[in-house]
Design a protein around this ligand. Structure first.
Ligand code: PLP
Length: 399
């Protein structure tokens, strides 16, 4: 006998992976330059120059034992201090290294905090559309995932929908802003209302409701939009962060969990985070990267390049008649399918070698996600294919 649940997770590949594999086949058949693959959130904009420079300097100047050896289970003390100092300087907070646990990226951060908080009967609320792995992370801890629809016009939180989702079993709410896949950034007003509602419910049920903020895109915002730093608005906030997107290092697997002193049972939760890291086999994140983060935390890839891509694709697709959510951050365009069935629309797009992810697995059918973290040249070259796709539906539906 083997673990059937795990077998199913292994066999049921995500639709994103399926599209990527389809892309590989087509690239071999017709040449990579003719396939317009918008499936993966793999940043195309380079890491800041300091990142590669720091790696080279570290390799040249430090001994291998230090550079590649184990660090403390919760992460190198200097790395954690550098992150705390950077956050304090940018957000006026007062964190110390003891609030931080270094992880292999946001996926590990989420899995660790969900495992640390879990007790039997727990429910965890997510807002649709949401990163599909949340379901895997939540359900494999034993908790129940509760989907709360976002406002269909703005993709901000719909508080009338949220209130009935909260029950005495609610242990945590996950927010992801800037959002994958909508590109929406929650406004300060939205965060304030969320904090007020959760505080009211904590009082009503007599226990903490933790707000888990999943923030891999925190620095990737456009047009001067500010991302509220949520620990300042709601006491029981835990932050999951990753350098995958901000420093364009997704393959290096580095991020953190931040457990502020102010949250209820802070010391116990930090201990449970260390315990979860241990139980999941996630102790001691990659050491070379920890040393790089010590020097480079707080930096980000060139946001102007992303803005250029965002403007190019958003303006072009809107001009063709497609309805898109205006992305204020991250590097995803959320586009309404001209037909109800976004899977069928994605299949049709494949005929033009356009790889667009149907958003059903994000909990919002009827949309596709376009990851525009690809070369600007590819976006330009893809536009005639989008034109043909639009022309097909103009003819078919008069849309
Ligand atoms: N959360 C969101 C919203 C994401 O988009 C991603 C990756 O795309 C992750 C978490 C996982 O990030 P990481 O690669 O750091 O594990």
């Amino acid at each position: 006998m083997i673990n059937e649940k795990m077998k199913n997770y292994g066999n049921n590949r995500s639709v994103i992976r399926d599209l990527f594999e389809f892309g590989n086949t087509r690239r071999a058949e017709i040449g990579a330059e003719n396939v317009f693959d918008f499936s993966l959130g793999n940043p195309n904009v380079a890491a800041p120059a300091d990142v590669n420079k720091t790696i080279t300097e570290l390799i040249a100047s430090k001994d291998d034992m230090w550079l590649h050896g184990y660090t403390s289970a919760q992460g190198d003390a200097n790395c954690r201090k550098a992150i705390a100092d950077d956050l304090n300087q940018r957000f006026g907070t007062a964190f110390s290294r003891d609030n931080l646990y270094i992880t292999c990226g946001a996926a590990a951060s989420l899995k660790i905090i969900l495992t640390a908080l879990y007790s039997e009967g727990d429910e965890v609320i997510v807002f649709t559309p949401y990163f599909p792995e949340y379901r895997v992370f939540v359900e494999t801890t034993g908790a129940k995932l509760v989907e709360c629809p976002s406002d269909p016009d703005t993709f901000q939180i719909d508080f009338e929908k949220l209130e009935p989702c909260i029950s005495e079993n609610t242990k945590a709410v996950i927010v992801n802003s800037p959002n994958n896949p909508s590109g929406v950034v929650y406004t300060e007003r939205c965060i304030e209302r969320l904090a007020a509602l959760l505080s009211k419910k904590e009082e009503e049920y007599g226990h903490a409701i933790y707000l888990i903020t999943d923030e891999p895109y925190r620095e990737l915002v456009y047009d001067g939009i500010e991302v509220p730093f949520v620990t300042k608005y709601y006491k029981n906030t835990v932050v999951c962060y990753s350098y995958s997107k901000s420093l364009a290092l997704p393959g290096e697997r580095i991020g953190y969990v931040l457990v502020p002193d102010e949250i209820d049972d802070s010391k116990d939760i930090y201990a449970a985070v260390c315990g979860a890291g241990r139980a999941l086999g996630y102790v001691c994140a990659p050491s070379l990267m920890q040393h790089v983060i010590e020097k480079c935390t707080g930096q980000s890839s060139d946001i102007n390049e992303y803005r250029e891509k965002r403007n190019l694709i958003y303006n072009a697709l809107c001009a063709m008649g497609f309805k898109c959510v205006h992305p204020d951050g991250a590097f995803y365009l959320f586009m309404k399918s001209p037909i109800e069935d976004a899977n069928a629309f994605s299949e049709k797009a494949k005929e033009f070698d356009l790889l667009l992810v149907p958003a059903d697995s994000f909990g919002t059918p009827g949309f596709v996600r376009i990851a525009y973290c690809v070369s600007t040249d590819m976006i330009r070259r893809s536009l005639p294919a989008f034109e043909k796709l639009a022309a097909f539906y103009h003819k078919e539906l008069g849309f």
